[in-house]
Design a protein around this ligand. Structure first.
Ligand code: GLN
Length: 298
């Protein structure tokens, strides 16, 4: 009997069942994304070529991807990239994968800041998604991004180059403010630091546990980095500057409190799509940013 051919439709159906069996959350979508990468197609093209048979080399490449995904490696690491706002960022296992919630943080910062010069510091720059997106949206802005991970810094630099912002960005290895020149002051200090409470780390999905632990582990209560950043950071913020954090579930009030106690009296928590505390923005009372923070919609 002739062996049945692997067409696009047949292999998608097979992979969906296989991924489902492995406990993968979006089996069909993941199968489509991996197949698109192998075939150089868009998802819509798969649907108009359901009967197209796969070539031997395509099958082999796809199989390799499917094996990796079955071991719960995130799709973004397999593809080496992730979309964030209007851009595509290179990612590796050295960087956290940019999340849709983090797009909200960038959008909130854009809602509060005006066009014109803006000196930005990002702590824990990772792939560079936040800093580079801000630079792309604010053409007169410039930024310093730091990360303790050399691997992450290499990825962020590559993204800065690919996306054309090397002339307005500097990305360096630094443990928070360690290598940030003393006396330098910023209009905006932004961070999506590690914020998962230690006790929650073991319960994360297998995919998240493939991400760098150093980008997730926020210490006992998840707030370690906010404490350090707020304590050390006031000296690096201009009088009329803005702090912007991503925070984890239930951490908004505590992070806002830290900011208030350290001089940023106008602090506000914003929610994500799921109604969860996700961002904290803060500035000193009486500043333009203070007004903007209080005026802006959730
Ligand atoms: N958003 C990530 C998660 O939910 C955590 C990122 C972080 O710790 N900053 O897995």
């Amino acid at each position: 009997m002739m062996q049945e051919m692997w067409t696009i439709l047949r292999i998608l159906n097979w992979t969906k069942a296989y991924f489902e069996d492995k406990g993968i959350e979006s089996p069909r979508l993941d199968a489509e994304l991996l197949l698109c990468a192998v075939l150089g197609m868009r998802r819509i093209d798969l649907y108009t070529h359901f009967d197209q048979p796969l070539e031997k080399e395509e099958l082999a490449a796809y199989r390799g991807y499917v094996m990796r995904r079955a071991k719960r490696e995130p799709v973004a690491y397999i593809l080496g990239e992730k979309g964030f706002l209007d851009y595509t960022f290179a990612v590796t296992a050295d960087t956290l994968i940019p999340r849709p919630e983090t797009e909200l943080l960038v959008e909130k910062i854009l809602a509060v800041t005006a066009d014109g010069p803006l000196d930005i510091l990002e702590l824990g720059v990772g792939s560079g998604a936040i800093l580079i997106s801000l630079l792309l949206k604010r053409k007169e802005a410039q930024g310093l991004g730091v990360d303790i991970s050399e691997g992450a810094v290499a990825v962020a630099r590559k993204n800065a180059k690919n996306l054309g912002v090397t002339d307005r960005s500097e990305i360096i290895v630094s443990d928070l403010f360690e290598k940030v020149p003393e006396g330098r002051k910023f209009d905006l200090i932004v961070s999506n630091p590690p914020y998962i409470p230690k006790k929650d780390l073991a319960g994360l999905s297998p995919e998240v546990r493939k991400e760098p632990l150093g980008a997730l582990d926020g210490g006992e209560d998840g707030l370690d980095f906010y404490r350090r950043i707020v304590r050390e950071g006031m000296a690096y913020l201009k009088e009329d500057g803005l702090f912007a954090f991503e925070v984890g579930i239930g951490e908004g009030a505590a992070a806002a409190d830290l900011l208030v106690q350290n001089g940023c009296g106008a602090a506000r928590v914003f929610l994500d799509y799921a109604g969860i505390d996700r961002m904290v923005l803060a500035a000193k009372e009486g500043t333009t940013y203070a007004d903007k923070i209080m005026e802006t919609g959730n």
